[in-house]
Write a new protein. Structure first.
Length: 265
């Protein structure tokens, strides 16, 4: 009897343990269920948000990003219907005279964002830019892409040194604009340029003429991106600018006809 009771008790215990395990088992068997079902949910949910992010958001974001002002409230548009051409990284003895010839031929003026060391090297080109009524813009002493991240005092020294060099070439020259190399604006460089009486000048249209782009492609990109008041970024220095020069006749005539061309004041 005692053996039987012991056996019965043992069996009962085993049963309890077994049912206990059986009761626990559904938990682990239930828990793997949500896991496969979660990836299924995300798998079905993921493709839904991906297409709107990839396809329709791109064309709607582009015009939104092209507002009326540049980064950190820099100037992006002329403020009138007329479009402005800006030429950066010069002056250069090979390309700048060619650009100036074409502007003169078309009877239009532009803005030249000059680099201090090149002003020092080719002061007569800066004199010609000023003499022909174009606007001068400070483009830093030696095209320092990281200038905006330096100390305010260093930024100030750099911009003042560049302005002094411009004014040494052209006594009394006005330099109403500053353009940060690479468009790498920081609030510090914006503040310093303003404190020196220069408006921070960004751009609205960038045909990437510095890239290995044909003249026809430069012209096509500008025609496609331009809108009333656009400021167009071009280069008359910093490398082989023959393609920019080649694009100039078409760019100048079509923009002049469509919007009018203005220098920045
Ligand atoms: Zn530049």
């Amino acid at each position: 009897m005692t053996r039987r009771t012991a056996l019965a008790a043992g069996l009962a215990l085993l049963l309890l343990l077994a049912t206990g395990c059986a009761n626990e088992k559904p938990v682990p068997t239930r828990s793997p269920l949500p896991y496969p079902s979660i990836p299924q949910v995300t798998a079905t949910a993921a493709p839904t948000p991906t297409p709107p992010a990839a396809t329709p958001a791109t064309p709607t974001r582009k015009p939104a990003a092209r507002g009326t002002v540049g980064p950190l409230n820099t100037q992006r548009l002329t403020g009138t219907r007329a479009v402005a051409l800006t030429f950066d990284d010069g002056p250069h003895p090979e390309w700048t005279p060619g650009v100036l010839d074409q502007l003169r031929k078309a009877g239009v003026q532009a803005t030249f964002c000059v680099v201090g060391v090149k002003v020092r090297k080719y002061p007569s080109l800066v004199r010609r830019i000023a003499r022909e009524g174009h606007t001068l813009c400070n483009h830093s002493w030696q095209h320092d892409l990281k200038l905006g991240k330096r100390k305010a005092a260093q930024i100030r020294d750099d911009l003042e040194r560049t302005n002094r060099e411009i004014q040494r070439a052209v006594p009394g020259a006005k330099v109403p604009y500053y353009r940060q190399p690479g468009g790498k604006w920081t609030s510090s460089v914006v503040a310093v340029s303003k404190s020196l009486g220069m408006k921070p000048l960004h751009w609205d249209v960038d045909p990437a003429d510095w890239d290995d782009t044909s003249s026809a492609e430069i012209s096509r990109r500008i025609a496609k991106q331009a809108r009333p008041g656009s400021i167009v970024l071009l280069h008359d220095g910093g490398g082989d600018r023959s393609r920019t020069l080649g694009a100039c006749p078409q760019v100048i005539s079509s923009l002049k006809r469509k919007y009018g061309l203005t220098r920045l004041r």
